[in-house]
Write a protein that binds this ligand. Structure first.
Ligand SMILES: *[C@@H]1O[C@H](CO)[C@@H](O)[C@H](O)[C@H]1NC(C)=O
Ligand SMILES: *[C@@H]1O[C@H](CO)[C@@H](O)[C@H](O)[C@H]1NC(C)=O
Ligand SMILES: *[C@@H]1O[C@H](CO)[C@@H](O)[C@H](O)[C@H]1NC(C)=O
Ligand SMILES: *[C@@H]1O[C@H](CO)[C@@H](O)[C@H](O)[C@H]1NC(C)=O
Ligand SMILES: *[C@@H]1O[C@H](CO)[C@@H](O)[C@H](O)[C@H]1NC(C)=O
Ligand SMILES: *[C@@H]1O[C@H](CO)[C@@H](O)[C@H](O)[C@H]1NC(C)=O
Ligand SMILES: *[C@@H]1O[C@H](CO)[C@@H](O)[C@H](O)[C@H]1NC(C)=O
Length: 339
């Protein structure tokens, strides 16, 4: 009996997944909920159409996340009682190559800093913020250790492991939400900070450092080193997108545009003061043209822009509901609704 019990543990021990569980509960609901695109892509776009610079946002809930969340990068809710947060733990900080005499960043082999070292984490919380499990997705010392934005397609969690510097490399990965086993899907010759899965065209779109370029790959090929289908610049300069959720082909755009909700920030130096201005957009991911956009001037009590990094979206009783988790280490999910 003991032998059999040990045998049944073997696959777990042999697995490359480094998972620490804090509660004896499933990591995802038995029936996986639909993606945002399937559940309410049209409703999210309708609610977005009503937003303006003057929208009153109501803070309806603070969810205190148990334990450390390092630097949060992305988030997705898998049903009402499971929240997955992607976060970085920086063990060896990146180090800038410095500036030249003209004050320009010194660039070596296309990039401007030493890569550092760290861990990419996905942590699973329940709906009240209790930590259920923590996973790390890389070994310490791996060049690609920076996790970023997260998408969810109703079956898998999509995210990426990148070097923590611009114009570097990344690998898009697909994660099983029950086991956190993850597979490399495509290698990118650039940093990736966010990824979207278009389940209709079977493509993924990766956003690079500051979401300045969007690189699209077909999932029809399984060649890890395949070439992209396209690489297009992002024409919007107002906020650098950090985390996005694919919304499908909403009827508002004649079911023709592959769209995502993206949140981000950019730092503006205005009258000698640096301000992080947040923004939300509905983006056509094939052109990166924002179809709708709105500034977000909400900050946490610690002063962090709400749209710095993780975002998730829902429509509840006809109202747009946004989930933000911008603060480092002691994390809180700030749930906002339109009035
Ligand atoms: C496994 O994960 C734990 C908790 O997240 C972490 O402290 C530890 O360093 C990881 N181990 C390895 C070998 O990566
Ligand atoms: C948008 O605003 C209009 C007018 O105030 C309202 O009738 C409609 O229900 C709103 N739609 C959504 C999706 O919030
Ligand atoms: C959330 O926390 C803020 C302060 O951090 C507090 O002002 C607010 O009342 C809280 N809101 C809810 C709904 O708990
Ligand atoms: C990225 O790095 C490569 C060399 O690794 C270089 O050829 C290229 O010009 C760099 N691109 C940018 C945008 O800096
Ligand atoms: C975006 O991609 C274009 C085309 O490959 C390249 O010329 C440009 O340097 C890239 N910009 C950034 C910021 O990566
Ligand atoms: C910004 O700071 C500089 C140096 O301290 C000062 O000369 C200048 O007047 C300031 N500008 C504004 C708009 O406050
Ligand atoms: C933040 O987290 C650290 C360690 O996880 C803990 O020691 C500290 O008390 C926390 N601070 C607050 C304000 O909760």
């Amino acid at each position: 009996m003991l032998f059999l019990a040990l045998l049944s543990l073997l696959p777990v021990l042999a697995s490359a997944v480094n998972i620490t569980t804090y509660a004896d509960v499933p990591l995802a609901p038995e029936q996986l909920p639909p993606s945002a695109a399937t559940k309410n892509g049209d409703a999210i776009v309708s609610a977005f159409a009503n937003l303006s610079r003057n929208t009153k946002w109501n803070l309806v809930q603070n969810i205190t996340l148990e334990g450390d969340i390092g630097e949060p990068e992305g988030m997705v809710r898998i049903g009402d009682d499971r929240i997955v947060v992607a976060w970085g733990d920086w063990v060896v900080p990146t180090k800038s190559y410095g500036k030249d005499e003209q004050g320009n960043s010194i660039v070596k082999e296309g990039t401007d800093r030493e890569n550092g070292q760290g861990y990419a984490h996905l942590s699973i919380f329940d709906g009240m913020g209790k930590r259920i499990a923590d996973t790390t997705l890389n070994n310490l010392g791996d060049a690609e250790y920076h996790i970023g934005g997260v998408d969810y397609d109703g079956e898998y969690i999509w995210t990426e492991l990148s070097e923590y510097r611009p114009n570097s490399t990344a690998t898009i990965i697909r994660v099983n939400p029950y086991t956190y086993e993850h597979e490399p899907i495509v290698h990118i010759d650039d940093h990736s900070g966010g990824v979207l899965h278009d389940t209709e065209k079977n493509t993924i779109t990766a956003l690079n450092w500051g979401s300045r370029n969007a690189t699209k790959f077909s999932l029809d090929s399984q060649d890890l080193w395949r070439r992209p289908e396209s690489k297009i610049p992002n024409p919007s300069l107002f906020a650098d997108y950090q985390d996005c959720k694919w919304l499908g082909y909403p009827s508002q755009f004649d079911n023709e545009k592959s769209t995502a909700l993206c949140a981000g920030v950019a730092a503006y130096s205005i009258k000698n003061t640096t301000i992080a201005l947040g923004g939300l957009a509905i983006v056509d991911i094939d052109t990166m043209i924002p179809l709708m956009e709105v500034p977000i001037t909400l900050y946490t009590p610690k002063g962090t822009s709400m749209t710095q990094n993780p975002v998730d979206v829902d429509v509840v009783d006809g109202k747009m509901r946004l989930y933000f988790a911008p603060d480092q280490h002691n994390g809180t999910i700030f749930v906002h609704e339109t009035l």
